[in-house]
Ligand binder design. Structure first.
Ligand SMILES: *[C@@H]1O[C@H](CO)[C@@H](O)[C@H](O)[C@H]1NC(C)=O
Ligand SMILES: *[C@@H]1O[C@H](CO)[C@@H](O)[C@H](O)[C@H]1NC(C)=O
Ligand SMILES: *[C@@H]1O[C@H](CO)[C@@H](O)[C@H](O)[C@H]1NC(C)=O
Ligand SMILES: *[C@@H]1O[C@H](CO)[C@@H](O)[C@H](O)[C@H]1NC(C)=O
Ligand SMILES: *[C@@H]1O[C@H](CO)[C@@H](O)[C@H](O)[C@H]1NC(C)=O
Ligand SMILES: *[C@@H]1O[C@H](CO)[C@@H](O)[C@H](O)[C@H]1NC(C)=O
Length: 205
């Protein structure tokens, strides 16, 4: 039993020595933020240059600090990105973020999680695509890094099932057989514990 205790302690030490996962929040454009200058008809900085000087990994966030004169569109479709036109874009590969406001010039910030490895594209489709055509867009390559954190690595929701329409016949009631047998849980847990100790003891041999 002493040896089992030592092994358990070693396992605990190894687990706690694993470095804590760390992810990066990239503020898009740095201090400049995500803006278009309508006087000069250009983005206020070169966003492709900004992006080229960063390493992006799964689980990182892009933080867009902007106002409601710009939009944030994320796409995985290079055609959509290059055309600056989201009219024909599919809902599967293009996501629109907006501040939920129809007032011009209101400050807003949006955090976009990087959850898909490989090319990701960002653009503003405001001013009928002129902002995007004139520099308010960039492409990044998302590396695997340490992978997604559990908070972003959710399984997809179950597929949608059409509810029965009002005029379809009611489905037969299915009787659920048996209840949860009581008193079984404890003995099962005890069996699991015995199995764990059995494996540990086998490792010792
Ligand atoms: C990064 O941004 C996300 C989303 O806003 C936030 O939950 C997280 O705390 C931020 N992390 C750091 C280190 O600022
Ligand atoms: C837009 O550019 C003009 C001309 O360079 C400058 O005067 C103005 O401050 C800029 N506006 C913004 C919001 O950056
Ligand atoms: C701004 O730039 C776009 C794309 O380069 C061009 O189509 C548009 O005519 C320009 N608008 C103004 C007001 O100069
Ligand atoms: C990235 O930015 C840092 C700090 O501004 C600078 O020192 C470095 O040269 C830049 N690297 C690239 C590849 O542009
Ligand atoms: C990209 O989007 C265009 C429409 O904008 C569509 O025709 C094309 O099939 C899409 N490409 C991929 C790889 O989904
Ligand atoms: C936002 O756009 C509106 C309409 O084009 C313009 O009047 C206003 O000056 C812009 N505000 C900012 C902060 O860029």
């Amino acid at each position: 039993m002493v040896n089992v205790t030592i092994i358990a302690i070693l396992i605990a030490i190894a687990a706690s020595a694993t470095p804590a996962a760390s992810y990066t929040n990239h503020t898009v454009g740095g201090d400049a933020g995500w803006f278009f200058n309508t006087t000069t008809n250009t983005s206020i900085i070169d966003y492709s240059k900004w992006a080229a000087n960063q390493t992006f990994s799964l689980g990182d966030f892009l933080i867009f600090k902007t106002n409601t004169n710009q939009t944030v569109v994320q796409t995985y479709n290079e055609t959509t990105y290059k055309s600056c036109n989201t009219d024909d874009a599919s809902d599967d590969d293009t996501f629109h973020y907006d501040a939920g406001s129809n007032v011009f010039g209101e400050a807003w910030t949006i955090a976009v999680a990087l959850t898909i490895e490989g090319p990701n594209y960002y653009l503003s489709d405001a001013d009928d695509g002129v902002q995007c055509q004139s520099g308010l867009s960039f492409a990044i390559d998302v590396k695997h890094g340490q992978g997604l954190p559990p908070s972003l690595n959710q399984p997809p929701p179950p597929p949608y099932i059409e509810p029965p329409s009002a005029d379809s016949p009611p489905s037969p009631t299915v009787a659920v057989a048996g209840g949860q047998p009581s008193g079984n849980g404890d003995s099962r847990n005890a069996a699991n514990m015995r199995a764990v100790f059995g494996v540990l003891l086998l490792l010792l041999v």
